[in-house]
Write a protein that binds this ligand. Structure first.
Ligand code: NAD
Length: 344
């Protein structure tokens, strides 16, 4: 079973090589999957993709034409894959769920602290030998109201961490997690109440038709003045134009994001010294109360190891004629045995 890895970054190599226990023949390319590059997959049974790859219906059709049978996503989110098209073309798709919810939850917390305690500004000032701290005043996290939107693996992990800070925890999800209520003081409320009452709001939903622009001017306008908004989910879960408007008016106090709705083709590349053809991002980056990181929340050693292990686990299942428990739709194949050994 030959595997083509798209969008490979240098730092992934050792983890993937280590996880390839069955020595599948692999090829790695830095190119992203798209209409222009789908033909690279000719001769490969499996393609492995990341968040910036385009696996929309036309691309899936091209993959089918070159006989690709499986897509192994090296990520938890799969908003970039048209699952219906995959199903229609009998291409099986599996992701790497819950590879390390800590890595993303802790990154959301890092954004929170860096913005609240003005760490970037302090570091800059100190390096210029300015040791004054007039503009470095933050607030105690203790006792603040934090709203978590999406209380799955990552949002739930962040909620548990924040419970240790004695925050008042508001939660919103289409599925309630009773463990968070019973053991971690979560209080499920409506999205409107969460937005009205929270000092800090952190977004952890997947991107889909229901969550696209979930956070928009209607909800932002009822948020507390000075609210801190954090997004490590997917860029388009917030309407960035609305966020910019409310940042510029001073209504949003801080915006921290690891994801950006127009990040494809931009993030994961070095644009130093080149013109940035994105006015929205340029205006965001000019604001001192905005902290953007380049989709790096998953980038811990543990997460990278687990992503690689899960990716090869999925591929090993397929090679052995089994269904992986990470498949994103039930394939119309009568597998003789189902495996349930993977809990990564
Ligand atoms: P998860 O499936 O465990 O949790 C997602 C939660 O969102 C679930 O509880 C689900 O019920 C809830 N949800 C779905 N639709 C909703 C809606 N319309 N309204 C409210 N809640 C809704 O997923 P996870 O592992 O916690 O990951 C969440 C997302 O984080 C992923 O889909 C991915 O987009 C993103 N992510 C980002 C990074 C990063 O590096 N920045 C890394 C991993 C995942």
């Amino acid at each position: 079973m030959r595997i083509l890895f798209y969008s490979i970054k240098d730092f992934e190599h050792p983890y993937l090589l280590e996880a390839n226990k069955k020595n599948f023949p692999v090829k790695m390319t830095e190119s992203a999957l798209g209409t222009e590059t789908a033909s690279f997959a000719e001769g490969f049974t499996v393609v492995s993709i990341f968040t910036g790859d385009d696996a929309s219906a036309p691309v899936i059709k091209k993959l089918k034409e070159v006989n690709v049978k499986y897509i192994a996503i090296r990520a938890a989110g799969y908003d970039n894959v048209d699952l219906q098209a995959a199903k229609e073309n009998a291409i099986q798709v599996a992701n790497a769920p819950a590879y390390s919810p800590y890595s993303i939850a802790e990154h959301a917390l890092a954004l929170l602290f860096a913005m609240n305690r003005k760490l970037i500004l302090a570091n800059d000032q100190v390096h210029h030998q300015n040791f004054k701290m007039n503009n470095l005043i933050g607030y105690d996290l203790h006792g603040k109201t934090v709203g978590i939107i999406g209380t799955g693996n990552i949002g739930g992990t962040l909620l548990k961490i924040l419970n240790g800070f004695n925050c008042k925890l508001l939660a919103y999800d289409i599925r309630r997690n009773d463990d968070l209520v019973t053991n971690y003081n979560a209080n499920y409320v409506s999205l409107e109440q969460l937005c009205r009452e929270s000092d800090i709001i952190s977004i952890h939903t997947p991107l889909n038709e229901q969550t696209k622009y979930l956070i928009n001017k209607n909800l932002i306008s009822i948020m507390k003045k000075g609210v801190m908004l954090i997004n490590t989910g997917r860029g388009a879960c917030v309407n960035t134009t609305d966020v910019l408007h409310y940042l510029e008016s001073g209504h949003i106090g801080y915006f921290g994001a690891d994801v950006y709705e127009k990040e494809r083709g931009l993030f994961f590349h070095d644009w130093t010294g080149k013109a940035l053809n994105d006015d929205l991002l340029k205006r965001l980056l000019m604001l001192p109360n905005v902290l953007i990181t380049p989709h790096q929340a998953f980038a811990t050693k543990e997460a990278l190891g687990n992503i690689a292990e899960t990716t090869f686990y999925n591929i090993e299942c397929w090679a052995a004629g089994r269904c992986s428990d990470n498949e994103l739709y039930k394939p119309a194949i009568n597998y003789s045995s189902l495996s349930a050994t993977n809990n990564l």
